[in-house]
Design a protein around this ligand. Structure first.
Ligand SMILES: Cc1cc2nc3c(=O)[nH]c(=O)nc-3n(C[C@H](O)[C@H](O)[C@H](O)COP(=O)(O)OP(=O)(O)OC[C@H]3O[C@@H](n4cnc5c(N)ncnc54)[C@H](O)[C@@H]3O)c2cc1C
Length: 200
């Protein structure tokens, strides 16, 4: 969301982790009970504190993330999205951003239905396969299909996992699997760069 005023006196930083009173219980609600809790813990991003040029003069830009259970929870986001959004904005207004509601001039919010219906993500999951021990490292879906020759997988749901570093790593792994190269892709694609074995 964007505001028509700056919030440089808010005490906020570029990255802000705002933990609720019962962080462990909240995680239990999300991952074990699969229920949408009344409280939340937030990641609040305020990039304009570092680079004001990404918003119009005198304005501030924010991004707020609240972890919630996937659609297996049965949460009806067609009715819950607006009140959930309202409670977060009211919380931010009461604790960090005075008069926030009156100052918001641009806003977009998404929920697990967007991840399911627009991004085709199973159960509207935002981070793909949960990285528990039995779904991590070798136990995660492999990058080469075990059923079909010449079928390869990249992305958050494969090895090594979600997040841009993991996703980019999966593409390099697949490039090496397909190419059958003896050296990493970054070595092959960098002119003049050779491995120690080649050098000697
Ligand atoms: C709110 C949020 C914040 C995040 N923050 C960070 C962060 O700060 N740092 C970080 O490293 N990672 C972050 N991540 C994780 C990171 O964004 C993901 O792990 C990564 O984008 C996954 O990449 P991907 O290519 O596997 O999937 P995606 O980026 O989801 O791309 C898959 C694409 O495939 C398309 N698609 C689906 N089905 C089909 C189909 N049948 N045909 C054609 N196209 C299709 C989808 O529309 C989508 O565009 C964040 C994720 C979320 C949700």
């Amino acid at each position: 969301f964007g505001t028509k005023r700056r919030y440089l006196d808010s005490g906020l930083s570029h990255h802000n982790i705002i933990l609720g009173e019962r962080y462990q219980g909240l995680l239990g609600d999300i991952f074990n009970k699969q229920k949408l809790a009344d409280d939340f813990s937030l990641y609040l991003h305020m990039p304009t504190i570092t680079d004001p040029s990404i918003a119009p003069d005198g304005c501030e830009g924010f991004y707020v993330l609240s972890p919630v259970p996937h659609l297996g929870s049965g949460t009806d986001w067609t009715t819950m999205a607006q009140p959930y959004r309202d409670s977060i904005i009211e919380f931010l207004e009461a604790n960090y951003l005075p008069d926030l509601r009156a100052n918001i001039i641009a806003e977009r919010h998404i929920n697990p239905l967007h991840f399911q219906n627009t991004l085709n993500s199973y159960l509207g999951s935002a981070f793909s396969v949960q990285p528990i021990l039995t779904q991590s490292a070798w136990f995660r879906p492999h990058n080469r299909s075990e059923e079909f020759d010449n079928l390869y997988f990249v992305g958050a749901g494969t090895h090594p996992g979600a997040g841009l570093p993991g996703v980019l790593s999966s593409s390099i792994i697949v490039e090496n699997l397909i190419g059958g190269a003896n050296e990493p892709a970054y070595v092959r694609s960098t002119p003049g760069l050779h491995t120690m074995e080649q050098a000697v």
